[in-house]
Write a protein that binds this ligand. Structure first.
Ligand SMILES: NC(=O)c1ccc[n+]([C@@H]2O[C@H](COP(=O)([O-])OP(=O)(O)OC[C@H]3O[C@@H](n4cnc5c(N)ncnc54)[C@H](OP(=O)(O)O)[C@@H]3O)[C@@H](O)[C@H]2O)c1
Length: 249
């Protein structure tokens, strides 16, 4: 028996990195997973790998029309939603003096607006006992140079986790967040200004972690599975740090 047998899950940003790791884990545990992202080629690759266990839908979480299209597909399946992993998003470095309105709005529209309206539009479809897992970051409790807009977007996720947990507890819906540290994904490597600088960036990030290494999408998927499954039935409003101790010790 899988931990998510017969469950329906939505993973936004499920065609790469952490999201893809979670899609694979959810499928291995018996769920049917709706997978979204903007890049059609990477969505096609997920479909080719996982077949009937997934439904892929192209969609930008910053677009309300795209979100409506995603939730139309889920509504048509008729099974409701048991798990929502709101993961789509990302960031880029910018020192405060270099922050532009475009930098600010792109990060906030995807990370904050995308999460708000993904969860809002999921509400009518959530089954009793559903679990929502948001994607924060361990940077939400730390200061880091040149990453302030991204950090603030993830601090907003921490706040939404608590507020929505309070709003939805009466419906029997739990809301929690994961807060990854540096995890080896295309998104993390992509923070380097030039591809040849990626190795140095990743090495520097790993050196700053007490465990002296990057985490893997599989390690984050273990934490997300815990929060998504009934094993965490008495946990809501929490943020689980998956960061090799970086924010704690
Ligand atoms: N890796 C880390 O070290 C780390 C640490 C803390 C938090 N996080 C968070 O973890 C999440 C996943 O990041 P990752 O490292 O796995 O990066 P990734 O490999 O770049 O994956 C990001 C995923 O989000 C999707 N996405 C991005 N913007 C989107 C948008 N506007 N609409 C729909 N989908 C969108 C991407 O697909 P498309 O490009 O096809 O749209 C992709 O599937 C992000 O929220 C990130 O902030 C990552």
């Amino acid at each position: 028996m899988g931990e998510l047998d017969g469950r329906t899950a939505l993973v936004t940003g499920g065609n790469s990195g952490i999201g893809l790791g979670v899609v694979r884990r959810f499928v291995a545990e018996g769920a049917h997973v709706i997978v979204t992202g903007r890049n059609p080629d990477r969505l096609e690759a997920v479909k080719a790998e996982l077949g009937d266990a997934v439904t892929t839908v192209r969609g930008d979480v910053s677009s309300l029309d795209d979100l409506d299209a995603v939730f139309d597909v889920i509504a048509q399946r008729g099974t409701g939603l048991d798990v929502l992993f709101a993961n789509a998003g990302g960031g880029e470095f910018a020192a405060l003096e270099d922050v532009t309105w475009k930098h600010f709005t792109e990060i906030f529209e995807a990370n904050v607006g995308g999460t708000v309206f993904t969860v809002q539009k999921a509400l009518p479809l959530l089954n009793p006992g559903a679990s929502i897992v948001l994607t924060g970051s361990n940077i939400d409790v730390k200061g880091a140079p040149s990453f302030s807009v991204y950090a603030a977007s993830k601090a907003a996720i921490r706040s939404f986790t608590r507020s929505w947990a309070a709003e939805l507890v009466g419906r029997g819906v739990r809301v929690n967040a994961i807060a990854p540290g540096p995890i080896a994904t295309p998104g993390l490597s992509g923070l380097a200004a030039e591809p040849e600088q990626a190795e140095a960036l990743l090495g520097g990030l790993a050196a700053g972690v007490p465990m002296k290494r990057l985490g893997t999408p599989d390690e984050v998927a273990d934490a997300v599975l815990y929060l998504a499954s009934p094993r965490s039935s008495y946990v809501t409003g929490a943020e689980l740090y998956v960061d090799g101790g970086a924010s704690q010790i």
